[in-house]
Design a protein around this ligand. Structure first.
Ligand code: OKP
Ligand code: ZN
Length: 344
């Protein structure tokens, strides 16, 4: 399998994040992508290729123009305001306040375009995220060119980013952009399967009123886990998209036995959707030793996950999302990809 990778992911190198009431070491680190790259090389998964440059057309189908402008110009604005360190928002326009236009003040704009205080915005965030979108679109190009599958080693992740806000370590929604890529290449319908431990609230929000993109997500019950405010089973889609959003919240402690049942059900739904292509939001934070998550999958289970995904029988773009047990992240991620290849 061919992998798309850019060293520019490392331009997003947050040092600290706000978590559990403290400023602690950031977990969404460049080492995550580097250990996956090293494992790809170690097992000889296939070539590593630089992303090709794509213009903003498909990104603009996913994100608002003003949000993109905010991200692109943020670091200069932050510096103009006399700030030097990593940026964290601290006030949000929740229901009861107004969210009709971005405020002038940088702190107001930070809150306007975000949903959590746990996602450091740094000097290199925009370039890394933008290159991540190119990475996702380049994987779609490879698959559209005839390969059964390709892997986009995106970093930072994307599935929490909605059309006009960031959060959950995510800034541009790479999986959503990949889905738009398949549609632009002629797919009539695309399925997105999100196997990250956390609900992909951004991806859901982007597509929940549309029938051309089916979103299916397996994740920790949001009543007990981030992002808390989306991802419940009764969110089935809106308007034309009714029936095209499927959330499968799973209990804290879920193991492969229960997980694989839910995955099989998700794949049945995807197979019956007549989708022309599959985007997998590939988070590896369902791993038992993940430091911020509470499922109990083991490394070998990721081989079985890959084989199950191949059973959908679709051209597939894998998009890297979360996974924070860095020492085992390369093994777990590449296990999904080799499990897929061996079964495809
Ligand atoms: C991003 B992805 C724990 C803080 C957790 C948010 C987690 C974002 C996960 N104390 N912060 O879905 O892997
Ligand atoms: Zn996650």
């Amino acid at each position: 399998m061919r992998t798309v990778y850019s060293p520019d992911h490392a331009r997003h190198d947050p040092q600290k994040e706000i978590s559990d009431g403290a400023l602690v070491d950031a977990v969404e680190k460049p080492a995550r992508a580097e250990i996956v790259k090293a494992r790809i090389e170690e097992v000889g998964l296939g070539p590593l290729e630089a992303p090709t440059a794509h213009d903003d057309t498909l990104i603009a189908r996913v994100h608002g123009a003003d949000y993109l402008q905010f991200l692109k110009g943020f670091w200069a604005d932050w510096q103009d305001a006399g700030r030097a360190g990593e940026a964290f928002p601290f006030v949000w326009p929740v229901p009861g306040l107004r969210r009709n236009a971005p405020p002038r003040h940088i702190d107001g704009r930070l809150g306007y375009y975000s949903f959590d205080a746990g996602s450091p915005l740094t000097e290199g965030t925009w370039i890394a995220a933008r290159k991540g979108a190119d990475t996702a679109l380049s994987a779609v190009d490879i698959v559209s060119g005839g390969e059964r599958a390709a892997f986009a080693l995106c970093r930072p992740p994307g599935h929490h980013a909605a059309s006009d806000f960031y959060g959950g370590y995510c800034f541009l929604n790479n999986a959503a952009i990949a889905a738009e890529g398949f549609l632009a290449k002629g797919a009539e319908r695309v399925a997105i399967l999100d196997v990250d431990y956390h609900h992909g609230n951004g991806t859901q929000a982007i597509f929940e009123d549309r029938a051309d993109v089916l979103f299916v997500s397996l994740h920790a019950d949001p009543a007990d886990e981030f992002p808390y405010f989306l991802g419940y089973a009764d969110e089935t889609g809106i308007g034309a998209g009714e029936g095209c959003n499927i959330n499968m919240p799973l209990a804290i402690g879920t193991d492969w036995l229960a997980y694989s049942d839910a995955l099989a059900a998700a794949l049945v739904r995807i197979k019956s959707s007549r989708a022309d292509a599959l985007v997998v939001s590939l988070g590896l934070d369902t791993f038992a030793k993940d430091p911020i998550s509470r499922f109990t999958l083991e490394s070998d289970d990721f081989l079985k996950m890959g084989a199950a995904l191949a059973g959908a029988g679709l051209p597939t773009a894998f998009i890297m999302e979360g996974g924070y047990a860095v020492a085992e992240l390369g093994i777990n991620c590449v296990n999904v990809l080799t499990g897929f290849e061996d079964a495809a």
